[in-house]
Design a protein around this ligand. Sequence first.
Ligand code: ZN
Length: 384
Amino acid sequence: MNIKTVLLIIFAVAVLLLVLLLIFQKKRKQKGKRSKYIDALYSLIDGDRTQALSFLTTAVKQGETDISAYLLLGNLLREQGEPEKALQIHMGLSVRKDLSSKEILEVQVSLADDFASLGRTEKAIKTLEKLSKKSRSKEMLFKLHTYYHKLQDYERSTEMLRELSRYDSEISKRTVASYMTSIANELYERGNVKGSKELLDKALKIDKDCPSAIFFLGKLATEDHDIKKASKMWHLLLDKDISYFEDVKRYLESSFYEGGDFDAFEEMLKELIDKNLNNAPIAVALASFYNKKGELGKAIDVLEDNIVSFNLAPYASIKLAELYIEKGNNRKAVEILQNVNFDERKRYYYKCPKCGYRSDLPLNYCSNCFKAVSFERSYENSNS
Ligand SMILES: [Zn+2]
């Protein structure tokens, strides 16, 4: 081997090393750009959206080519209250020619969200409707449901929910009927009583046992002095779920008292108490009934019969004490009152456990946060 060959070999090796070094450096450089996007994803996993936003901005400035990075950047900006910027970014993506069909879909869904955030609900609907002609996803149907609701197009918003119930096992017929009841309540509050009733009848056609719809129809019948219908609704409701008694009580009393149908009321309460022993609210209602009729002894007996369980229901004890005072037995009244927890709060309303939306009805669907939830009884002077 002469010196020339050795030099040639050294030269070849040097060139090879140089090429390898260049390739390696380029790769590292690419990895450097890429890593900001990855960093952003990690920040999202940690729940740090601000940090994620800053990483993504850097990634994009450095010429990030991944479409997901732009999509995410736009979505984060919208969530942080900058829907206009989000719209710009997503618009930019929508004219790119190198998108896969999945990416096209994602971009359009993001655009619809941007429009919705900007209050351009109709445009959001149009965007989604156009997409849904090709493929309908659960997410899309749910969004359409909420957007139509915002435009007060209740027929379509209900239609979307019904269609969703075919795809999503969590959305049942009960959910649809409960949603319709919450709409009926909105119509009622706006003075459209007729529309409200029609909607409730439709809701019962979808789910004949929907408790909130039955409750509302009972309430409306009471207001209409339609004692027969009211009584039918209350029976129906309480047969299914006695825990509604507390909610129904005031309507029950006014239904029967107005109709002068005292015997039917007594019969109903007795029947209920036989089926539901130790139920304080029913016992108190029956005792009050006897008291109003002037049958003080019977009233006291009803409560005394159930006194053991009343440690949990202070207002039953208060009622009993009241009756003893009326009877002239103050000592007995004091004895009972000494054991009562006076934290009894009577005025109540209902509220969504998710968003706190208030209602006069125990609804099963919140049209404020669009969740199928049972409204909880809440007390006016409660701190919680
Ligand atoms: Zn809610």
